[in-house]
Design a protein around this ligand. Structure first.
Ligand SMILES: NC(=O)C1=CN([C@@H]2O[C@H](COP(=O)(O)OP(=O)(O)OC[C@H]3O[C@@H](n4cnc5c(N)ncnc54)[C@H](OP(=O)(O)O)[C@@H]3O)[C@@H](O)[C@H]2O)C=CC1
Ligand SMILES: N[C@@H](CC=O)C(=O)O
Length: 835
């Protein structure tokens, strides 16, 4: 075995090798003040480890202060005030922590600071040539920290040994970083242990010695590495890394507030997540633990009752979901070398990466298609220009010859990675990951998956990063599928919809993992914009402020949320005119407003085209038959290859209700007013009585069946007296009673023939469309409807002898809102929610 072998040899492990030896490592945030040292001491004393080895970082901020002191000394700047401050900080901490037991520690600290003073004075004279002394300075924080913690334990009555790692841990360096000389370190530890057999040992993190015995450090985050090394040297049963979080989360909680805590990870998963910025120890620091199969537990110093995240070889064998977590690296750039001269030529990849290596550019991700036409890699943004310049120099002859067409650099890149042992060998994981990103309209610049199948990484625009992270997190069911909702028109239908959402949202979140997040409500004059839908929407809307529709939609379509939907419950053509833009931007549109489905044909086509191109959904089931599945039934017939022969029925809840109730005695106008009050009519009841609303529904169905029908093509019988066509909606209701005689006469004539009056719509395959009042025999199916019942008869090639019938209540705020809500849930299902 070489002296610099990465794994500790068991025969040279420390003399005390007990299954109950537990190593602990506390970082600077756990040791930020006297109170925290006291807390850590109490935590350690509360454990029943047979042998307890505790590796400590410097007090929070001290290593940075020591580096600054050393730099100031080398630069010949005045370091004395900073030395004073650091000295005072430690004296104060010691005095507060130890109280009446502080004297000896204070004297020791004073001597330590005098030594530091002498080194700094020497560095001031030596300047840049004082590198070894600098390393000594940088590691002093751990020496002081170990003494403070040990003295706190001693003050409480414990027998504690302090191990200065500079006397034991011997390291060298190679191109990949620090290499431990396990044999030498183990020999020294055995000798030290012989002199210090205590069951409690406090060890300085971060610092070590080189082969010549000079002080050195393990570099940034070196204390974690120290923890793993000493856990291995002491042959501990476990290493507990104490930090300020409960454990590892499935994603950065700042970007994904719903990130979940992961109780178990395998070493491989921890390495993948750690590299991508999750709050885990650095992969390199885990190497000694991995080599020995030593479990690492990430724990929270401030919540020691929490079990934390356990990292070991097995990981979470009971995990049900394939992906454990998502991580994101930002501040990256994409370098691409592209050219037909690269195809089939061996050595190009070697040249690309050798060039980047020679320029000290670290490669984060690599992707090459099998055509070999281009090789792209992701690098740190700060190194990107250097990398591109180096590649252009290296490939200058090929660029000049045209064998390589270009070397490009694209800034503003992030890499998102899905990580999990369960991804390996599980078909569909990539589809789920990439599908979630596609539905959130995230464009992928490059993709990489290694043969371990444990990590799939995608390079994306940094601007999409948070949205992508949340979409993928929800796509793997690690967090709820979130849809940002904006409701336009909190009138009768809109209010009912808002009430239904408020009532159902908690259950949907709990049972189906769907997070319907109401973030805006607008009418024609004002809007409430917010972040979350908890609380009474009416109270929120009472506080609405003047707003325009564009600002409202921009808020709802937040970049950080994966999906957005506008629920338009107005009857406004101006709002419907915006649908193509919204759909093109990826916003789903769900509406009972017929102005789009039955509006001008070019506009209708623009809506369809925008939805098809952008991938956003346009759902408008509630426009025909309110909550009844009319459009969906027609779609199902056609999608399965049937042909529409005709459609006929009663499409107006208002008119159905009016003619079901009208008996020639009750004033017709009174019934119209009642229908309006009950919320059956359109905002302007003339839309119903004029037949326009029915004609719109017929146009919507005809268009669904593939006919380019417009409202002008429909033969419409209006029930509006000509005198009331141009008056206001209210005046119409007020004066309609003046014209009751005409309706009474019509009713009497029908009744005399044994008929009933029904307002009927009909369309046939020749494109003939008409709506109007008909006198039908009392035996007719349309004569036996109840209340607001609609009835729609589809005659098709399959349903030719007997039509397919959809029947039920076709108007009213509650049923209409339910139809809109059901459309929203269908969209959510298409987005991956388990509704
Ligand atoms: N009632 C029913 O049974 C059915 C209704 N529908 C459809 O549902 C929709 C709503 O009907 P209903 O709730 O009865 O109507 P209401 O008149 O009760 O509500 C309409 C809402 O839209 C708002 N609104 C109007 N114009 C605009 C605009 N330009 N921008 C933003 N908001 C606007 C209104 O607010 P304000 O004017 O104060 O700004 C009001 O809040 C209609 O399209 C209707 O055809 C569909 C099927 C059945
Ligand atoms: N006013 C309409 C409402 C539904 O579209 C009707 O009465 O049917």
């Amino acid at each position: 075995m070489s002296a610099l072998d990465p794994a500790p040899s068991p025969q040279h492990a420390a003399v005390l090798s007990l299954a109950t030896t537990v190593a602990h490592k506390f970082g600077g945030s756990s040791l930020a003040s006297a109170q925290r040292y006291a807390h850590v001491a109490g935590l350690l004393r509360g454990r029943d480890d047979a042998v307890q080895v505790t590796v400590v970082s410097a007090m929070q901020g001290v290593t940075d202060a020591l580096i600054a002191l050393g730099d100031a000394a080398v630069a010949g700047e005045d370091w004395q005030p900073h030395w004073d401050a650091l000295h005072e900080k430690h004296r104060t901490a010691a005095a507060t922590l130890l109280g009446t037991h502080a004297d000896i520690t204070l004297a020791w600290l004073d001597a330590q600071f005098q030594d530091l003073h002498a080194i700094l004075a020497a560095l001031t004279l030596l300047g840049a040539s004082g590198e070894p002394a600098l390393a000594r300075v940088h590691g002093l924080g751990e020496v002081w920290s170990a003494r403070l913690l040990a003295d706190a334990l001693r003050a409480a009555g414990d027998d504690v040994a302090v191990l200065d790692a500079r006397n034991v841990m011997e390291v060298g360096r190679n191109e990949l970083g620090v290499v431990v000389d396990w044999d030498a370190s183990a020999r020294r530890l055995a000798a030290w242990r012989h002199e210090h057999p205590q069951a409690r040992v406090v060890v300085t993190g971060f610092v070590a010695r080189d082969a010549k015995g000079a002080a050195t450090t393990l570099g940034r985050n070196g204390s974690d590495f120290s923890g793993a090394i000493f856990a291995a040297l002491f042959e501990a049963a476990e290493l507990h890394i104490w930090t300020d979080v409960d454990g590892v989360l499935s994603a950065d909680p700042r970007a994904v507030p719903d990130a979940v805590y992961l109780p178990k990870l395998s070493y491989d998963e921890a390495c993948e997540l750690a590299y991508f910025g999750a709050k885990v120890i650095h992969p390199q620091t885990m190497a000694p633990a991995i080599a020995r199969g030593l479990p690492i537990v990430i724990r929270n110093t401030f919540n020691p009752a929490h079990p934390g995240t356990r990292i070991d070889a097995a990981g979470d064998t009971a995990a049900l979901l394939p992906a454990k977590g998502l991580s994101l690296v930002s501040d990256l750039a994409l370098l691409n070398v592209e050219g037909s001269g690269m195809i089939g030529v061996p050595g190009t990849a070697e040249r690309v990466f050798a060039t980047l290596h020679a320029s000290n550019v670290s490669v984060v991700m690599i992707s090459q298609g099998s055509s070999e036409h281009s090789i792209c890699c992701v690098v740190r943004a700060a190194q990107a220009q250097t990398g591109r310049a180096a590649l252009e120099r290296a490939f200058a002859p090929e660029l000049a010859q045209g064998q390589i067409q270009k070397v490009t650099l694209e800034a503003g890149i992030s890499v998102l990675a899905a990580v999990g042992d369960g991804m390996a060998g599980t078909p569909g994981v990539a589809a789920r990951f990439l599908g979630a990103l596609a539905r959130a309209r995230v464009n992928l610049r490059a993709i990489a998956q290694g043969a371990s199948e444990r990590n799939i990484s995608v390079a994306i625009a940094a601007a999409d990063a948070t949205r992508a992270l949340r979409a993928a997190h929800a796509g793997f069911w690690l967090s709820p599928q979130t849809i940002s909702l904006g409701v336009i028109g909190p009138g009768k239908v809109g209010a009912a919809l808002l009430d239904q959402i408020a009532q159902s949202a908690p259950r949907l979140l709990r049972d189906t993992n769907l997070d319907l997040r109401l973030r805006g409500i607008a009418d024609s004059r004002r809007a409430w914009l917010g972040e979350h839908d908890s609380g009474d929407w009416r109270a929120k809307f009472d506080a609405a402020t003047p707003s325009d529709l564009d600002a409202f939609v921009a808020h709802v379509h937040a970049a950080h949320l994966p999906h957005a939907a506008i629920l338009d419950c107005s009857a406004s053509p101006a709002v419907a005119a915006k649908y193509p833009d919204w759909l093109a931007a990826g916003i789903h549109v769900i509406t009972p407003n017929k102005q789009a489905g039955a509006g001008p044909l070019p506009h209708y086509h623009a809506i369809r085209a925008a939805a098809a191109a952008g991938g956003a959904r346009f759902r408008y089931e509630a426009t025909v038959g309110a909550g009844l599945p009319v459009i969906q039934t027609l779609r199902d017939l056609l999608d399965t290859g049937d042909e529409l022969h005709s459609v006929e029925g009663i499409f107006s809840g208002t008119l159905a209700w009016l003619f079901n109730r009208y008996d020639g005695v009750l004033p017709f106008a009174q019934l119209v007013r009642e229908a309006h009050a009950l919320g059956y009519t359109e905002p302007d009841a003339r839309d119903d009585l004029s037949g326009t609303d029915v004609a719109r529904k017929l146009v919507i169905l005809a268009r669904e069946a593939g006919y380019a029908l417009s409202l002008d093509d429909v033969q419409v019988e209006s029930l509006i007296p000509p005198e009331l066509v141009a008056v206001s909606a209210q005046e119409f209701l007020d004066r309609l009673g003046d014209f009751d005689d005409a309706m009474r006469a019509r009713f009497a004539a029908a009744q005399a023939q044994g008929n009933v009056l029904r307002y009927v719509a009909a369309f046939d395959r020749e494109g003939r469309a008409q709506v109007g009042l008909r006198a039908l025999p009392a035996s007719h199916a349309f004569a036996h409807l109840q209340l607001t019942d609609n009835i729609v008869l589809f005659s098709t090639r399959r349903y030719c002898d007997n039509p397919l019938v959809v029947q039920g209540p076709g108007a009213g705020p509650d049923v209409t809102a339910a139809g809109v809500f059901a459309d929203l849930l269908r969209v959510a299902t298409a987005l991956g929610a388990r509704v």
